[in-house]
Write a protein that binds this ligand. Structure first.
Ligand code: ASP
Ligand code: MG
Length: 413
């Protein structure tokens, strides 16, 4: 049994849905097909959530119409019985008429999860029409999480049991990425871009022979083509390389995806849905043979430096207090460095969280910060690769380990 994952870009229109059907027909007998919401539907649903929680009635209506038209247009170019899709829209419309509660993260999950329900309903109907033997499954019945809305944490025991009991090894199973359900039957989501993780969850529970993520790039590249003219396709990566690259911000695979696969030695292929016969990248249990440098750029970073107001050392007691504050503000650290009496961290600039964090830190520390920065990570660096990224940049902080260099820079112009 194999697991395929198709992201939003691969099913953004009817051509994409037909292409998925063709890939599944030719390469995917006995496969679990995990699908994301179509195109930018998740963003559109996020907009709808905002309109709903602020009760902007006209905006609710116009955004809902936009989402409906987008899906209806796709269906109009395909054939199949789409009655379930219409039921989902009726359910959404009805939900939006209910009074708003204060639990915005919960509301978010109830609404945003429907993007995946819609996409899989359309795709399953279309696949059935092409005479494939298709089972549509509701991932909410299978992926059990806690009640951390928008970032549900998986209960592996229940999830494992349910997936093993429910998924048949014959034919094609179509189900949703990104969504789950808490023990009290409320829908949860696994965090933005979480469909890759869902693919890994299913693969782990089913002891799948492989996972393939079908993308609009030929595989894992050594840099985002947005930043570099010349990029190199990495044909093979170790789990460790993949997890490091994803952790430092390479957006090609969701960082949580690797662990379940590594734990069971399941290979992960990253391949192009535009060139479905090209080999792409395979991630697995390999000897590290790769030394092509990879570059990851994260923009919109803030460098925060802390100095204890009483001139005390940065030691265990200070550190545990500092980390506690970061956890409290929900801010993830991308890089840290300390000296005797200062501690510097680099974080994503999520304005409200950073503001909360700064307020908490200022209780005990003198705090300075510098925003509008870039964090550049180079895996398998050498001096030449570092120099390559530094022209026109001011280097504020640098940290090197054996294989990875991280540079915090500011544009000079
Ligand atoms: N549709 C969700 C998102 O856009 C999940 C995913 O695409 O992986 O974040
Ligand atoms: Mg997506």
């Amino acid at each position: 049994m194999k697991v395929f994952k198709f992201g939003g870009a691969s099913v953004k229109d009817a051509v994409g849905v037909r292409n998925l059907a063709e890939i599944v027909r030719t390469q995917g007998q006995n496969t679990v097909v995990i699908v994301s919401a179509m195109g930018k539907t998740t963003n559109a649903l996020e907009g709808l959530v905002q309109a709903y929680v602020h009760q902007q009635i006209e905006s609710i209506q116009s955004q809902l119409d936009g989402i409906r038209t987008y899906h209806t247009d796709i269906m109009s170019e395909l054939t199949g019985d789409f009655s379930h899709v219409h039921q989902t829209f009726a359910h959404l419309e009805n939900y939006l008429k209910q009074p708003v509660t204060d639990f915005h993260d919960e509301i978010y999950d109830q609404i945003v999860s429907l993007g995946e329900i819609l996409s899989t309903q359309i795709i399953a109907a279309h696949l059935t029409e092409t005479r494939l033997s298709v089972h549509w499954l509701d991932a909410r019945q299978l992926v059990r999480t806690d009640t951390t809305f928008r970032e549900g944490r998986v209960d592996w025991e229940v999830t494992n049991r349910r997936i093993k009991e429910t998924v048949t090894t014959n034919g094609i199973t179509v189900t949703q990425g990104f969504i789950g359900q808490s023990f009290d039957n409320r829908t949860t989501t696994l965090g933005r871009e979480g469909s890759d993780y869902t693919a890994a969850i299913f693969a782990y529970c089913l002891n799948a022979e492989s996972v393939t993520i079908w993308k609009d790039v030929p595989g894992v590249l050594n840099a985002d083509p947005k930043w570099f003219d010349k990029t190199v396709l990495l044909d093979r990566l170790t789990y460790q390389d993949a997890i490091e690259l994803a952790y430092y911000g390479a957006t090609v695979i969701h960082p949580k995806t690797i662990k379940p696969l590594q734990n069971k030695g399941i290979p992960l292929y990253v391949r192009s849905f535009l060139q479905p016969n090209a080999p792409g990248t395979v991630i697995g249990n390999y000897e590290r043979h790769l030394s092509i440098p990879s570059f990851i750029f994260k923009v919109n970073q803030v460098l925060i430096s802390l100095h204890p107001t009483d001139f005390s050392f940065i030691a265990e007691d200070n550190l545990s207090r500092i980390f506690g504050r970061f956890a409290q503000a929900g801010v993830k650290i991308n890089l840290m460095q300390n000296t005797a009496i200062s501690f510097s961290v680099v974080v994503d600039n999520i304005p409200d969280r950073v503001a909360t964090l700064l307020a908490l830190l200022k209780q005990d520390f003198r705090v300075s910060y510098n925003d509008g920065l870039e964090l550049i990570t180079i895996r398998y660096y050498d001096q030449g690769t570092i120099e390559r990224v530094l022209p026109n940049k001011k280097l504020l902080l640098e940290q090197k380990s054996r294989y990875t260099a991280q540079l915090v820079v500011k544009d000079l112009d």
